[in-house]
Design a protein around this ligand. Structure first.
Ligand code: HSE
Length: 300
């Protein structure tokens, strides 16, 4: 018996919610195929779509590391498992690439063993994959990849993850410029302390965004998508950032910011037609500064 699991790309932070807010999109995403084998141990037998960049060593690959942690937890550390990983999104894109692979891996092994753990119980294993990928076990990509929709990480210690309402007509246009920004680097450049006045603006926006999602108030969602702490620093790594953001807002986006640690830029939009127009406007703005892009428009 083999299982095939798809896990989607995710937009972490959602502007004001650094490390505590994220949402999943419908596409792109990664795929893991997994089956039992007679000999003991976890083995990665195939990786596609990675241009030879990911390790086959089970002690180094984020997918197998999460699977190994899971097997230890359920008391079957020597179970024989074969993993095939199919990467279908770019590395260092800010789309939660490592999270998608890791989540597909832990969901696949759980499925293969008859689902002994709930989705909620799988989250810590997926977070271990993030620790390996970027040095921090942040959950704002893995949690939405696991649950779908919008997710709030209210607390890390203890872990307290809340699934939020997603308004019916909320769409996302994500533009990925063809450059790579490793999450580890994008975290290292951030300030360790912030002024109180920025913190007040930021938590007002986080609260506004969550209220907007719950009340399905699109205008409030738009007013709240502002980040005065992380975006001003990270946007320096993205050529043409301000032009692309301005183009998205002029084309009707509710709000626009950096997806995860960048360089992808997401826009939340009311309705699919506006999301498509916003995507095209962002493509043109990047083209004007000579940057090639991929565009993903998706319902949330
Ligand atoms: N919250 C993480 C960060 C997400 O912004 O560093 C990385 O995709």
């Amino acid at each position: 018996m083999s299982v095939k699991v798809f896990a989607p790309a995710t937009v972490a932070n959602v502007a004001c919610g650094f490390d505590i807010l994220g949402f999943a999109v419908e596409k792109p995403g990664d795929e893991v195929v997994m089956k039992r084998k007679d000999t003991p141990g976890v083995e990665i037998v195939e990786i596609t779509g990675d241009e030879g960049r990911l390790p086959f060593d089970p002690a180094k690959n984020t997918v197998s590391i999460s699977v190994l942690k899971y097997l230890e937890h359920i008391g079957k550390p020597d179970l024989g498992i074969e993993i095939s990983l199919h990467k279908k999104m770019p590395f260092g894109s800010g789309l939660g690439s490592s999270a998608a692979s890791t989540v597909a891996g832990v969901v696949a092994v759980n499925e293969l063993l008859g689902n002994p753990l709930t989705r909620e119980e799988l989250l810590p294993f997926a977070m271990e994959g993030e620790r390996i990928a970027c040095g921090a076990a942040h959950a704002d990509n893995v949690a939405p990849a696991l649950y779908g929709g919008f997710v709030l990480i209210r607390s890390y210690e203890p872990l307290d993850v809340i699934r939020l309402n997603t308004p019916d007509d909320l769409y996302c246009a994500i533009i990925h410029p063809n450059i790579e920004v490793p999450t580890k680097d994008a975290r290292e450049i951030l300030r360790k302390e912030i002024p109180m006045k920025n913190a007040i603006v930021q938590w007002g926006n986080v609260a506004g965004l969550v209220a907007g999602l719950l009340q399905e108030d699109y205008e409030l969602i738009g007013r709240s998508i502002h980040d005065v702490i992380v975006e001003p620093i990270r946007s320096i790594l993205i050529p043409g950032y301000q032009q692309v953001k301005d183009a998205a807002l002029s084309a009707g986006a509710l709000g626009t910011s950096i997806s995860g640690s960048g360089p992808s830029i997401f826009s939340l939009c009311k309705g699919e037609d506006i999301a498509k127009q916003v995507g095209v406007a962002k493509q043109h703005a990047f083209a004007a500064v000579g940057v090639e892009t991929s565009l993903y428009v998706s319902k949330i």
